[in-house]
Design a protein around this ligand. Structure first.
Ligand code: THU
Length: 148
């Protein structure tokens, strides 16, 4: 699911630019694949993340989870309205899309609030993928209700 879009709507331009800029703060010497993520909260606050790798590779953390966990740490009562992801060095012709682990985390962040998280990922070169709701990224997801 999700829609392919060629150009960003105006409401996403600032977020996209901030995500692009913060990708410079990635620590990605192993993959050479910096990623930037920008989240917008319900009051307009923007929280940024960039991937942070480690010589012990599995300890690395994706840009999305850096931003998501930081947002809920700093602003626990605010909702996440928008999430934008960009991989400026990507050689792929396809838009970047979040990994499975990040999809799981985004999904549960959405569950914690009563409004959807809208997600856009990609770049001017690749075009963009647009999702209206985190559930589109993870059909038939495992979630908190499974533990009841
Ligand atoms: N990565 C992200 O930060 N977000 C994604 O959506 C995909 C992958 C990072 C993890 C790793 O540091 C590098 O990109 C290559 O996989």
């Amino acid at each position: 699911m999700g829609n392919f879009i060629k150009a960003l709507e105006p409401g996403w331009l600032k977020l996209a630019q901030q995500a692009h800029t913060v990708a410079d703060n990635a620590y990605a010497p192993y993959s050479d694949f910096p990623v930037g993520c920008a989240l917008e909260l319900n009051d307009g606050t923007v929280v940024l993340g960039a991937n942070q790798e480690n010589a012990s590779y599995p300890l690395s953390m994706c840009a999305e989870r850096v931003a998501l966990f930081s947002a809920k740490t700093q602003f626990p009562s605010k909702t996440i309205d928008k999430l934008f992801i960009i991989a400026p060095n990507s050689k792929s012709k396809l838009p970047i899309a979040p990994c499975g682990a990040c999809r799981q985390v985004i999904y549960e962040m959405q569950k914690r609030q009563s409004s959807p998280i809208e997600i856009v990922c990609g770049s001017e070169e690749t075009g963009y993928l647009h999702f209206n709701d985190a559930g589109e990224l993870l059909p038939n997801a495992f979630g908190p209700e499974d533990l009841l």
